[in-house]
Design a protein around this ligand. Structure first.
Ligand code: 2AM
Length: 479
């Protein structure tokens, strides 16, 4: 019997689609699932007649594989991954490779890499983005872990990944948990990107009173310009969908409590842990949390009804301003995400190639967008770039879009329309470009009540003041 190139465990839709993708590119795949009925259903259904070998024990899975064996896990993140690693260690041999393609927390991947390497095997934590369709036709793949595994998995992964400009959207990211970390930040950016688009749609609806067709046309139009991206494209599609049953626009029938699976929260937690400001990403998470606080919202709607009349505005100009606000804010979100990656790279010693990471996201994944190539160019021109928004191209874009961005923020606030991400992005921008912040007062307050000390702008050293003593007895001394 022909031996398989790779094994895959976990036959939910993502797993099945990855298998079909691999098989369609000429690889033989052996598969397994905890619940055997699903393996059987797959074998008799979508896998029928293909070079896909079903197995009902991990022993058989191991026997089916060419060495070094490569086994990819596409199971639920968390304990199921640990369970399968443990079982796989019993049937695999030193030199074999375990790959986790799920959305695992990077610190779990660091722990698992160590565990598996100690047994003489290799471990890869691979972020896979693109949803079901990407898995089938070409996802963006972010593998990291045991460096020695790369040459073995590269031919398969780069063949099944998306390709843009004749380059695969899959490159080796770095040591231990770096692949899953990069995927985590990808998802954090995705949360904020979706939030910004959501706010833009909301403003079109409430400031301009546009109907679905008008909004769809605007998003379609935007998708042929600088904002061209998967998320803008699907937004136009969503706006044009009619509910079969009622004939109404489907979007108007969808409940507004947003779900989440945790990667946005992890990104925000990480930004706090590393001391990196990523407030617009965090707003994407908080906004979903607020949407789910239905009871509080219902009470607040009653207590503080928004009675503001729809303003009369020049809709063409406002649409232009919305484009400016969305584009500028999007740049701020990427600046925050890449700042987090830059710090993580230093903190964990990963030597991340930020320009290359931007290019991996150009195809296959949910945040795929034209403008990512400008991020790649910015880091190619200056790998030590302190912050993305300082790159000449992004400076130019921010300056060009600033006026409309401010106009939208002011209008939304004036009319009581919530814009957590748009306003957070402009506050980040305005904060970072202020030469002298209010934090001199914060430092003084901290020194006043807690003797925490402060630095001075006119001389070096650290100082403490006895704030409550009369001026002539104040002591400012180096501490
Ligand atoms: P199942 O089909 O047996 O439920 C996505 O949910 C994938 O993860 C499925 O293949 C599912 O297997 C697997 N999975 C979920 N929880 C699991 C667990 N506790 N142990 C093993 N596999 C699990």
């Amino acid at each position: 019997m022909q031996k398989a190139d790779i094994g895959l465990i976990g036959l939910a839709v993502m797993g099945e689609n990855l298998v079909l993708n691999m098989e369609s590119k000429g690889f033989t795949v052996t598969v397994h699932n905890r619940t055997p009925e699903k393996t059987q259903k797959f074998a008799e259904g979508r896998a029928w007649g293909k070079n896909i070998l079903p197995t009902y024990s991990l022993n058989d899975l191991a026997k089916n594989l060419k060495t070094p064996r490569k086994v990819m896990l596409m199971v639920k993140a968390g304990e199921p991954v640990d369970i399968f690693i443990e079982k796989l260690l019993e049937v695999l041999e030193p030199g074999d490779i375990i790959i986790d393609g799920g959305n695992s927390l990077y610190s779990d991947t660091i722990r698992r890499t160590k565990l598996v390497e100690e047994k003489g095997l290799l471990y890869v934590g691979a972020g896979v983005s693109g949803g079901e369709e990407g898995a089938l036709n070409g996802p963006s793949i972010m593998p990291g872990g045991s460096g020695k595994a790369w040459k073995h998995i590269q031919p398969i992964f780069q063949t099944i990944s998306a390709w843009v400009d004749e380059k695969p959207c899959c490159q080796w990211i770095g040591e231990n948990g770096s692949g899953h970390y990069v995927k985590m930040v990808h998802n954090g950016i995705e949360y904020a990107d979706m939030q910004l688009i959501g706010e833009t749609y909301f403003l079109m609806k409430h400031l301009l009173g546009f109907n679905m067709v008008e909004m769809k046309d605007i998003f379609s139009d935007w998708n042929s310009g600088e904002l061209e991206s998967y998320l803008i494209e699907i937004t136009a599609d969503i706006l044009s969908k009619t509910d079969q049953e009622t004939g109404k626009p489907l979007l108007e029938l969808i409940g507004d409590e947003a779900g989440q699976k945790g990667t946005g929260k992890w990104t925000s937690q990480e930004s706090l842990d590393l001391g990196v400001a990523a407030p617009t990403i965090a707003e994407g998470v908080f906004a979903r949390i607020i949407s789910g606080a239905k009871k509080q919202r219902e009470a607040a709607v009653e207590a503080f009804p928004n009675t503001d009349a729809k303003p009369s505005l020049d809709s063409k100009r406002i649409v232009d301003c919305l484009h400016q606000a969305l584009f500028a804010s999007k740049i701020i979100v990427y600046a925050q995400g890449f700042d987090l990656l830059r710090h993580a790279s230093q903190q964990y010693g990963w030597e991340l190639n930020l320009g290359e990471i931007a290019s991996l996201w150009r195809g296959g994944c949910i945040i795929r967008a034209q403008f990512l190539q400008n991020i790649t160019h910015a880091y190619e021109a200056n790998p030590d770039l302190e912050n993305l928004l300082l790159a000449p191209y992004f400076q130019k874009i921010l300056k060009q879009n600033e006026e409309g961005w401010r106009e939208i923020i002011a209008l939304a606030i004036k009319h009581g329309l919530p814009i957590p991400a748009l306003s957070s992005a402009i506050s980040y921008f305005d904060g970072i470009r202020q030469p002298y912040l209010w934090t001199n007062l914060v430092q003084a307050q901290r020194d006043y009540f807690g003797a925490h000390g402060y630095g001075r702008i006119d001389k070096g050293g650290r100082f403490h003041t006895e704030w409550q003593k009369a001026n002539d007895v104040v002591i400012s001394e180096e501490i």
